[in-house]
Write a protein that binds this ligand. Structure first.
Ligand code: HEC
Length: 166
């Protein structure tokens, strides 16, 4: 049973890879944003108004997430968790695998956005304009990895380290 699943994944991975790497050059066509507008205007108009693209959607905001100097021990825990749960789809360089490379990800998004997305990607995949653009390229929805809050926080620290935080 397990073998079958693994085999299926192995078959599927190269397809994701081609989809994501190959279309890198022509990402910014006009259709994605047009579709976003249409979608925002129709089915999710209330959400589109309340959705905050700087914070994302979830429980993390400035009241429960403080960022200070780099915690190296936490970052290395984050690396270990990422190695098992994230690196099948992400690289730490700026290169795409199944999903976008992590280089610069802490500059592209606020810490709140990252924590909310990592712990609960589904609502943000449906609403966030940047994620929807990525979805057009990657053609794969990032699965919820069921991370505990501390695991997600450790991964954020690892991402900060990867982006040169001190
Ligand atoms: C099955 C593949 C897969 C796995 C496993 C995966 N991701 Fe993703 N990730 C994606 C895809 C695809 C996207 C692009 C958004 C989308 O289409 O859902 C993404 C997007 C992201 C982004 C936003 C990147 C940016 O540049 O804006 C972050 C942050 C992220 N993932 C973190 C993680 C973390 C942390 C883990 C492990 C706990 C993880 N991902 C595991 C596929 C994956």
């Amino acid at each position: 049973m397990k073998k079958k699943i693994v085999f299926g994944l192995l078959l599927a991975l190269p397809m994701f890879f081609i989809a994501c790497g190959g279309e890198n050059t022509n990402t910014n066509k006009t259709t994605p944003s047009d579709e976003n507008k249409e979608q925002a205007a129709t089915e999710e108009s209330a959400d589109a108004v309340t959705y905050d693209p700087r914070r994302g959607e979830g429980k993390f905001d400035s009241s429960n997430l403080q960022i200070k100097g780099l915690d190296a021990a936490m970052a290395s825990k984050g690396k270990a968790i990422s190695d098992t749960k994230c690196m099948s789809c992400h690289k730490v360089t700026d290169e795409m695998l199944v999903g976008p490379g992590w280089k610069g990800v802490t500059n592209r998004h606020t810490p709140y956005w990252l924590m909310n997305f990592i712990t609960n990607p589904d609502p943000m995949i449906d609403k966030d304009p940047k994620v929807q653009q990525q979805l057009e390229v990657c053609l794969v929805r990032m699965p919820n990895q069921n991370l505990a809050d501390e695991e997600a926080r450790a991964i954020l620290e690892y991402m900060r380290k990867n982006d040169g935080a001190k």
